[in-house]
Design a protein around this ligand. Structure first.
Ligand SMILES: Nc1ncnc2c1ncn2[C@@H]1O[C@H](COP(=O)(O)OP(=O)(O)OP(=O)(O)O)[C@@H](O)[C@H]1O
Ligand SMILES: O=P(O)(O)OC[C@@]1(O)O[C@H](CO)[C@@H](O)[C@@H]1O
Length: 303
């Protein structure tokens, strides 16, 4: 089973405004509310690509009820810990440029955190656990590291996608795979990542720290995969950018959808890259048909 964990889910509220101006009244042209948060996006992409997963994390209030309802409609299993406050709303404003305003997580108590850890006790060596997104302010920043240590004995493989201090802590616990984007990689090392050579150099440092697979995504410039023996480049597919929100989550979903069946990391990377691009070219997260269409375009190269 693939478990995704979203500590800080959200309703993503997408707004389209013609020529948005700060400081004045703007009228919205179209809007859309979607269940969001990085792990939830991974689960939705997995579902689109024909794989089952179960969503873990914290959810609460009317916003949480909306997310649970939408996931149920899509046939995605959810096993969230309920919290008292409202799950946040994240604003995704599309105008001449894209602006994101991410909300604040509701409070999470020690009992609720323990309840989440208890759910991890059922993981086995056949399972994957995807830890994605920001850590709510009421949780320790070490929470992902603690979760990885908690499941280590089970043999479950952990994939982590977070940023800032939480990413720093997560790396210490040596997950199976991490997927920083190039900004997050640069932030971790306190450097600007300017070239593919930089990505390769710093990605290899993460591998040497004991992380088996490192994927560094670079938005419209594609992605680089690094393990002990390989450094591979996946170019971006060609298309018109419609929405980059969730492209990174789609990359993880696409990678895993292949990896759980074939265990072929190169094909999984190719599928991940096709999924990232397919989401960038769609209004919602990628569909199977879109991914299959782009897959042959992604020619993986050794660099
Ligand atoms: N404009 C684009 N054109 C083609 N492919 C893209 C584009 N943007 C993203 N992709 C694909 O999706 C992958 C992931 O995108 P990105 O690096 O933006 O992830 P991210 O920063 O983690 O995004 P998010 O946090 O919104 O999920 C890229 O490596 C690339 O393969
Ligand atoms: O605030 P976080 O947890 O870092 O990111 C949350 C978020 O921006 O990431 C997803 C896209 O990757 C969106 O669905 C969601 O709104």
């Amino acid at each position: 089973m693939i478990y995704t964990c979203t500590l800080n889910p959200a309703i993503d509220y997408f707004l389209q405004v013609d020529h948005f101006k700060a400081g004045v009244l703007n009228h919205v042209k179209t809007d859309r509310k979607m269940p969001g948060g990085k792990g939830i996006n991974v689960s939705r992409v997995l579902k689109h690509l024909g794989q089952t997963s179960r969503c873990l994390g914290f959810i609460g209030g009317f916003t949480g009820a909306f997310i649970k309802e939408k996931l149920a409609e899509e046939g995605i299993e959810a096993d969230f810990v309920l919290v008292n406050g409202d799950t946040r709303i994240n604003v995704k404003l599309k105008s001449d440029s894209e602006t994101e305003i991410n909300g604040v997580a509701p409070e999470i108590t020690d009992e609720q955190l323990n309840a989440l850890f208890a759910k991890l006790d059922r993981l086995t060596a056949d399972d994957f656990l995807v830890l994605s997104g920001s850590v709510p302010a009421t949780l320790p920043v070490t929470v992902y590291k603690d979760m990885i240590h908690h499941v280590r004995k089970s043999g479950a493989r952990v994939i982590a996608d977070t940023s800032g201090e939480a990413f720093r802590e997560t790396v210490e616990a040596r997950p199976f795979l991490v997927k920083p984007n190039h900004h997050e990689l640069g932030e971790y090392f306190g450097v600007g990542i300017e070239s593919f050579e930089d990505v390769k150099k710093y990605g290899l440092v993460l591998v040497k720290k004991g992380i088996d697979h490192v994927i560094v995504s670079m938005g419209g410039k594609g992605a680089i995969y690094i393990d002990r023996d390989h450094v591979l480049y996946a170019p971006p597919a060609k298309g018109i950018l419609k929405n980059s929100v969730g492209a990174g989550d789609s990359m993880i979903g696409g990678f895993l959808s292949e990896f759980v069946t074939s265990g072929d990391f190169q094909k999984s990377f190719q599928k991940g890259a096709a999924s990232g691009s397919a989401t960038a070219f769609s209004v919602d997260l990628c569909t199977k048909e879109e991914v299959e269409k782009l897959f042959p375009q992604i020619k993986i190269d050794t660099i």
